[in-house]
Design a protein around this ligand. Structure first.
Ligand SMILES: NC(=O)c1ccc[n+]([C@@H]2O[C@H](COP(=O)([O-])OP(=O)(O)OC[C@H]3O[C@@H](n4cnc5c(N)ncnc54)[C@H](OP(=O)(O)O)[C@@H]3O)[C@@H](O)[C@H]2O)c1
Length: 254
């Protein structure tokens, strides 16, 4: 199998690369930080003997996104699994937010996910095998700014294409992790201490759950019992209570 992973230079994406490489799968690694991608490619090649191609692309840039779309459409060395993982968050309230950054978020979390999935599916459907994982979030179950709205889109998008793909041999899964220790929070300006310790997940466990659930054909994967229970609560809490709480990624929005 050959797996294309966006946002492979760090965190959840990097861990997908390590775990799929350990299982003997070839990789295509996508992100902006090419030094990190080349180091990871060399590492998985020497550790596991797999082939890892590096594709530098800023997914908020439509021209650079095209490079990844073309790789997904290519018939030579075809992609069997697309992991749409790249992303980032912010904590500022929409009223005072940097609009350029909000739009960039939608480009990476929504437009890139939609376009890359559209590029990958026709070849997979033709071969009657393959799949797409979209790294969404439990944040999609509550109102929390552009980030939550984008993750709500991601989960709904996957659920709908999973229905359409039934009987094609191709699958789709949304991964909905809770707080996971990666560079995400530092980049978003979220203090780790602001989040209770029991809510933190280990990135290795999150990715192991995702790989297991994907191989079982699940459509939505929520790693850990804690978040499965919390997810039930989050999805049934009346929306007016969520609105009154005004919760962002790390508590009340600034
Ligand atoms: N950590 C959590 O608590 C958590 C929880 C739920 C969902 N998630 C989701 O998990 C995914 C991965 O995040 P993470 O936690 O692993 O964070 P991370 O460690 O900050 O990694 C984010 C990855 O996305 C890439 N990326 C960001 N903007 C990009 C762009 N414009 N073009 C290409 N690549 C870009 C980064 O690579 P470069 O900087 O090299 O481009 C990096 O590889 C995200 O979609 C996030 O929303 C995270």
């Amino acid at each position: 199998m050959r797996v294309l992973i966006t946002g492979a230079s760090s965190g959840i994406g990097r861990e997908f690369a390590l775990q799929y490489a350990a299982a003997g799968h070839d990789l295509v690694l996508v992100a902006r930080n090419v030094e990190r991608l080349h180091a990871l490619a060399a590492d998985v090649h020497s550790q596991f003997g797999v082939d890892a191609q590096v594709l530098a692309a800023d997914l908020s840039n439509r021209a650079q996104l095209t490079i990844v779309e073309e790789r997904l459409r290519s018939d030579s060395a075809p992609i069997d699994l697309l992991v749409n993982n790249a992303g980032f968050g912010t904590t500022t309230s929409f009223g005072t937010a940097d609009l350029h950054r909000e739009q960039e978020m939608l480009e990476v979390l929504v437009v890139a996910v939609m376009r890359l999935t559209a590029a990958a599916l026709p070849n997979m459907i033709k071969r009657r095998s393959g799949g797409v994982i979209v790294v969404s979030s439990v944040a999609g179950w509550m109102p929390g700014g552009t980030y939550s709205a984008a993750k709500a889109w991601a989960t709904t998008f996957v659920e709908s294409i999973a229905g359409e793909l039934r009987k094609t041999g191709v699958s789709a899964m949304a991964l909905c992790p809770g707080f996971t220790v990666t560079e995400f929070h530092e980049r978003a300006g979220i203090e780790r201490e602001a989040v209770p310790r029991f809510l933190w997940l280990d990135v290795r466990d999150v990715v192991a759950s995702a790989i297991r659930d994907y191989s079982r054909g699940k459509v939505v994967c929520t790693p850990s019992l804690r978040y499965k229970a919390l997810g039930l609560f989050m999805r049934t809490l009346p929306r007016w209570i969520w609105r009154a709480l005004n919760v962002g990624l790390s508590g009340p929005r600034r």
